[in-house]
Design a protein around this ligand. Structure first.
Ligand SMILES: [Fe+2]
Ligand SMILES: [Fe+2]
Length: 296
């Protein structure tokens, strides 16, 4: 039996952000206008308080493993990574082991990717078996299951482009990695959804661009479950004809009124999914809806 915690889309920010001339000339400027003037920032006004409540739960609820599916920051400033890593990881020796993948906001510009800011700040949760020294994908063995981290975030040129991709090379490495794994459910962790809540691929500017190739790779790799974030409302899609494994979106753990994370209990192939929703008056997460799945 495994008890896991899956949270996503923390989207912390910092003051001061530490603007450089390069930042001003990049898409961080329209991104900042969106945060400050167009309302995005207001949706995360309780984020620091909620992150502290999340950190308490991560340390005290008896988890075997923690799963973070990306968007640690708002605009991928170094100062935001430092704030987010401190709030989530803190003294990481006080936490169960974890696994993490970057979100599109962590790869907001090409230079935030090139500088390896996500890697630097979340290194304790980026340990595992890899292929040819590449950072992604990598696999962590749990007691009777595998967690497989795949990066699906890319630095996009346009501010309005929030799409992502896994890429041909990474999917080939995923094949090579999965050939080495022994039995047990294979749980893929990535930022992007394979399907929106309506069961269809997301709209073009928000979707995983190579979702069809990713699905074929996951079928070949016998993936049992796809965990993700990116969409800020939580939802659970059971296995069906088109996608032969369940997919679960943790939602945003810090966005006002959406504030959710999931607590999983995995017993063999049976997965109990417990929603944990933030209660502002209590200053703590509380149990919300619950559902059961059987993994292929
Ligand atoms: Fe997000
Ligand atoms: Fe995202």
């Amino acid at each position: 039996m495994l008890k896991l915690c899956h949270f996503s889309d923390v989207h912390l920010t910092s003051r001061p952000l530490g603007w450089t001339a390069r930042d001003v000339l990049s898409k961080k400027t329209p991104g900042w206008i969106n945060v400050k003037l167009l309302g995005r920032g207001r949706r995360f006004k309780h984020a620091d308080t909620i992150a502290a409540a999340l950190r308490r739960d991560l340390a005290t609820r008896g988890y075997d493993h923690l799963i973070f599916s990306g968007d640690a920051t708002t605009l991928a400033f170094g100062s935001e990574f430092a704030t987010s890593a401190k709030a989530i990881l803190g003294d990481v020796t006080q936490l169960p082991p974890g696994i993490a993948v970057p979100g599109n906001h962590d790869f907001y510009t090409g230079f935030s990717v090139k500088e390896g800011l996500f890697e630097q700040h979340f290194r304790p949760w980026l340990q595992g078996e890899r292929v040819d020294g590449h950072l992604f994908p990598f696999a962590q063995k749990l007691n009777g299951a595998w967690l497989i981290a795949v990066n699906s975030s890319t630095a996009n040129f346009w501010t309005w482009d929030a799409s992502g991709a896994m890429g041909v090379d990474q999917l080939q490495r995923l094949h090579a990695l999965c050939e080495r794994l022994d039995d047990g459910p294979r749980i893929l962790v990535t930022h992007y959804p394979l399907r929106a809540p309506n069961g269809k691929p997301e709209r073009r500017t928000h979707r995983l661009r190579d979702h069809a190739a990713a699905l074929e790779a996951c079928k070949a790799c016998r993936i049992s479950l796809w965990l993700h974030g990116h969409i800020h409302t939580p939802y659970v899609l059971p296995a069906g004809n088109a996608v032969p494994f369940p997919t679960i979106c943790a939602g945003s753990c810090t966005q006002t009124q959406r504030w959710n994370y999931f607590e999983y209990t995995l017993d063999g192939r049976r997965l109990n999914v417990q929603s944990r929703r933030f209660d502002l008056a209590a200053g703590a997460y509380k149990d919300d809806f619950n559902t059961h799945l059987t993994l292929p």
